[in-house]
Design a protein around this ligand. Structure first.
Ligand code: MN
Length: 736
């Protein structure tokens, strides 16, 4: 029988089995029993997903297998995570229930899979991402492995994003950059964080990504020659120490290089620290620290160190557990070189974060640091009624931030996120102390409650019974705890003050013969444009809402209704007034979700000012119609990740009689008449219409901003290119 030609199903079957064998090899320690259980999970997943395919067309089962492999191989997780990963999409897509999984695989795995199922709302357009993220964190507080599997899931989705439509790619990438990358960083998963960043950049800034990637490739051999030259004298001395060690001279991530280029406004060739040299030593735990410093001493015997750049995270690890000794020295030919010294154990923690922590439990103080962080997470989750978007904002400022250590008058240490104010400290001590905080003394001196606390401050809170929170306090505090407590207090206060407003309203409605019921109240919320009953009663009590206006409403059989004309007027005014933002210029031609954009009240976002030819997306605002943003708009990341469900696809319809305003930033040599020369080039040579120009000179250099009117990105790029060629101009960048 000839089997040279396999049919497609056979081929796929082989592919799946190969993937499974690769997964099995990546699970390090396993008993026969573990093997059996992994096999059982695998078979359950195969059966569950047998009819499904991914967007790319390949069998769906390859996804959970790969997620499981990432958990084992790249994150160093064990069999529990592997089994959970294999099952992570099973309940969502089939009749298999959580109960069955619990019965077969036990309580722990059942819980993790349940958590993963609950928050897998990634492609569910109806569920706001902030809500999803909150759910992720609830799980984080129960079992960190669930979050790790979720991150592996996200990583695989990001790696295989190519087959998704582009607006979905951007949405997913933004969410990743906004939530998953910082979370990975906070959990000490540096490798993962770096890959997330790079994958996101490949989607949001493809040209720039490819440019840096190519240049890195081209300069690779030059780099490795330099590392060899640098290490030559050092290698010998370390060899004499008689320890095992290895060296890596890996380039920094494309994302971080590109960031540096943007921040410093320099070209790739001008970045001196494209790579860091890492010396990883293999020594027993008790001698780690002294061995690291010995290596440091060898390096600085050969090259001159820059003292400010010494970072000792060996003696005091970072809050996320990172341990390493960093220094920057002047290497051959005067180049600055960053050198990182660490042990194999420290390296594994840096690469794998949490998973490695468990392995080395008790080896360093970092475990308690992480535990403390997880306690913070739990604490933040304690106010479940809080709005998910508020929560996400608080979370980002609190738990991704660095920490500051301060002391109570008794000498107890309190740890707060960097940027916290004296008022945050008061709430951290106790809610009641926060509520009645009158003033604060820092190091024996009176400071405003908005004072940003510093490392080592000794803080004392003064309270008064008559003091209570007010609206402005929300602007002062940064910690989630203080914010949610203040919001709660304000709500309570509003409710009390609103009681009287409620009474006024009831009386007035009685006079008008309208029933006091929830239908009528809901209509009043719309009529007065307020969000809640509390706001309604409060507004009436404070006379911000006029009860007299109720006469404008119709009452029929005790039921309020808004007169017809009123509705029409309201609707007409809005789109008309909003579409004027193009001021005289012809409206751009666009499609939104494939349909003519004219049906939507839409306008170009003023933050990033898209120009015909830019990659764009549409975003539905609550009050201002649809806004068109550039894909790389700095605000986009925030919008997309929090309100991804409001995003629509947008495309230009090429037209030649539409103009756009684009802003450019220029730097160059400040000379007499620079403005005139620039104006001359633009108007007489390039024949461009200029909207505004502003220049700021200082020490022979100028920095300026010009707004030009263009038809499309081709014309804009032509202008940028020509300006760059002028000898008095050093750089031209489009403002993002
Ligand atoms: Mn998945």
């Amino acid at each position: 029988m000839s089997t040279t030609l396999m049919t497609k199903p056979e081929e796929e079957k082989k592919l799946i089995q190969q993937a499974y064998r690769r997964l099995l090899r990546s699970v390090k320690t396993k008993t026969d029993e573990d093997r059996k259980r992994i096999r059982m999970a695998y078979e359950m997943a195969v059966e569950a997903h047998k009819k499904q395919r991914r967007k790319s067309g390949e069998p769906y089962i390859l996804h959970p297998i790969e997620v499981a492999r990432i958990c084992a191989m790249e994150m160093g997780l064990g069999k529990t995570a592997v089994i959970s990963a294999l099952l992570h999409d099973v309940v969502e897509d089939t009749d298999v229930t959580i109960e069955e999984i619990r019965e077969l695989f036990g309580e722990r795995i059942g819980m993790i899979v349940e958590a993963l199922t609950k928050f897998d709302g990634l492609y569910d357009v109806a569920s706001p991402q902030a809500e999803t993220f909150k759910k992720i964190l609830v799980t984080l507080a129960t079992d960190v492995r669930a979050v790790m599997v979720k991150m592996a899931d996200r990583l695989h989705n990001m790696r295989t994003l190519g087959s998704m439509p582009s607006h979905k790619q951007i949405k997913i990438a933004s969410e990743t950059a906004y939530i998953y990358a910082p979370l990975a960083h906070r959990l000490g998963l540096y490798k993962l964080k770096t890959e997330f960043d790079d994958l996101c950049m490949r989607i949001t800034e493809p040209e720039r990504y490819q440019e840096v990637e190519q240049k890195l490739k081209d300069s690779e051999s030059q780099r490795s020659r330099y590392v060899t030259e640098f290490m030559k004298p050092i290698r010998k001395s370390i060899g004499e120490m008689n320890i095992k060690f290895r060296i890596s001279g890996r380039a920094k991530s494309i994302f971080s290089i590109s960031n540096k280029m943007k921040k410093k406004q320099v070209e790739f060739e001008q970045i001196y620290d494209l790579f860091a040299i890492r010396i990883i030593i293999d020594v027993p735990l008790p001698t780690e620290k002294s061995a690291c410093w010995q290596i440091y001493s060898i390096i600085t015997d050969n090259y001159k160190p820059i003292p400010e750049r010494l970072k000792d995270w060996v003696s005091t690890p970072k809050a996320n557990g990172y341990e390493s000794l960093h220094t920057t020295v002047v290497g051959p030919r005067g180049r600055f070189v960053e050198v990182q010294v660490r042990s194999e154990r420290m390296d594994e923690i840096a690469e794998r974060g949490l998973a490695a922590h468990w392995k080395y439990k008790g080896a360093s103080s970092s475990e308690s640091v992480l535990d403390r962080w997880l306690n913070h997470v739990r604490e933040m989750l304690e106010s479940p009624e809080e709005d998910a978007v508020d929560f996400l904002n608080d979370f980002r400022t609190n738990l991704f931030a660095d920490e500051v250590y301060v002391f109570t008058p008794k000498g107890d240490m309190r740890i707060l996120p960097q940027g916290s104010t004296a008022l945050d400290f008061a709430f951290d001590i106790h809610t009641e102390i926060g509520y009645h905080c009158m003033g604060i003394r820092a190091n024996e001196r009176q400071v405003p409650i908005s004072y940003k606390i510093q490392h080592g401050d000794r803080l004392e809170v003064m309270t008064s019974k008559n003091q209570k929170p007010n609206e402005s306090w929300l602007q002062i505090v940064v910690t989630g705890k203080a914010k949610s407590r203040i919001r709660q207090a304000l709500k309570e206060e509003k409710k009390q003050q609103g009681e009287i407003g409620k009474e006024y309203l009831m009386r007035k409605m009685k006079n008008l013969k309208a029933d006091f019921n929830s239908d009528n109240i809901d209509l009043l919320l719309k009529f007065y444009e307020v969000k809640s009953n509390i706001d309604l009663y409060y507004g009436i009590a404070m006379e911000q809402l006029q009860l007299g206006r109720l006469k404008e409403l119709n009452v029929e059989h005790g039921k309020f209704s808004i007169p017809q004309e009123e509705k029409v007027v309201n609707r007409q005014i809005r789109p008309a007034s909003k579409s004027q933002s193009q001021q005289g210029e012809a409206q751009p031609h666009l499609t939104i979700n494939g349909e003519d954009a004219k049906q939507f009240a839409h306008s170009l976002a003023t933050c990033c000012k898209p120009v015909q030819g830019d990659k764009i997306f549409a975003y539905t605002t609550i009050t201002d119609g649809v806004k068109i943003h550039r894909n790389n708009c700095p605000n986009a990341k925030n919008l997309l990740s929090k309100y991804g469900y409001r995003v629509m696809k947008a495309e230009w319809v090429t037209s030649f009689n539409t103009s756009f305003v684009a802003d450019l930033e220029l730097t160059g040599i400040d000379d007499i008449g620079v403005v005139q020369r620039l104006t001359n080039v633009l108007t007489n040579v390039l024949r461009v219409n200029m909207r505004s120009i502003s220049m700021d000179g200082n020490e022979g250099y100028f920095k300026g901003k010009i707004s030009v009117v263009v038809n499309n990105t081709d014309q804009l790029n032509f202008i940028i290119k020509n300006l760059r060629e002028q000898e008095f101009i050093a750089s031209v960048t489009r403002i993002e």
